[in-house]
Design a protein around this ligand. Structure first.
Ligand code: BTN
Length: 252
């Protein structure tokens, strides 16, 4: 992937949906689907992603990774690292962190999210769609979101140009993605990602549908799993799937 092909839309259901559809017949990495608005923006774990404001950035990147399908989920971590780095560069703020696996937070609130989805073709090959939503301009969040969500303008007092932000994220992503395809795991990214990980070395609560527990977050391993040290000295590997991790006092 040496360059991107950017396709812009005024309004779509969901850029992830468009990219997933396209992946059935498109065999090259690097097409980016961008929309000003989405009518059915999707979030993780079946949630919706509010996408009515054209000031915000909504895009999905179609990838046909060279790594085995069971490693594909790791591109989420690659994108989170690229996104957080791009936002730090563009805003000049160091108060931008990653909430494992893929939320970007400022001042303890979410400013951006990533939804990675996979598709399979009839010939058995697979592809990945990495969808990114960034709250760019100042906005009012509905009551239940206002404690958990924020936007870049409110946090930094600057309005970033969406096009420039997209370009910066894509440049940062490509550097990392090429390494990821060569290396086949996240070892090259570990210190950098873990350095931006919120709550590292602190107590976290793991909301596992099979049972909640608490431990100390020790950062991710080369597969992108969060390592949580338990009080008995054992270490649990948390796989993203259906699990969510909180600080012990709330969202972060
Ligand atoms: C999350 O944090 O729950 C993930 C949110 C991902 C939202 C983006 S917006 C562009 C792309 N298209 C979608 O329908 N979702 C992703």
């Amino acid at each position: 992937m040496h360059s991107y092909h950017i396709i812009q839309f005024e309004e779509v259901t969901s850029t992830n949906e468009i990219a997933l559809q396209a992946g059935k017949t498109e065999f090259a990495s690097g097409t980016v689907y961008v929309a000003k608005r989405q009518t059915a923006g999707r979030g993780r774990r079946g949630r919706t992603w509010e996408s009515s404001l054209a000031q915000n950035l909504y895009f999905s990147l179609l990838l046909c990774p060279k790594v085995a399908a069971d490693k594909a989920h790791m591109v989420t971590i690659v994108m989170a690292d690229a996104l957080a780095s791009a936002l730090r560069d563009m805003t000049g703020s160091e108060d931008i962190f990653i909430k494992w696996p893929n939320d970007i937070v400022m001042d303890g609130k979410k400013v951006s999210g990533i939804l990675t989805e996979m598709g399979f073709r009839e010939d058995g090959s697979y592809y990945v769609v990495v969808g990114v939503g960034v709250n760019v301009g100042k906005q009012q969040f509905a009551d239940e979101l206002s404690q958990k969500a924020t936007d870049l303008e409110s946090q930094c007092g600057v309005v970033l140009t969406k096009e420039k932000l997209l370009e910066t994220v894509l440049v940062q992503f490509e550097k990392r993605y090429e390494k990821f395809e060569t290396v086949g795991d996240l070892s090259f990214l570990l210190p950098h990602y873990n350095g931006m990980l919120i709550n590292r070395g602190r107590n976290v609560r793991v909301l596992d549908p099979k049972g909640e527990y608490e431990g100390v977050s020790a950062g991710i391993n080369t597969a992108g799993e969060l390592l949580v040290k338990m009080s008995d000295g054992s270490v649990k590997n948390v796989y993203a799937g259906e699990v969510s991790v909180r600080g012990i006092y709330g969202y972060v």
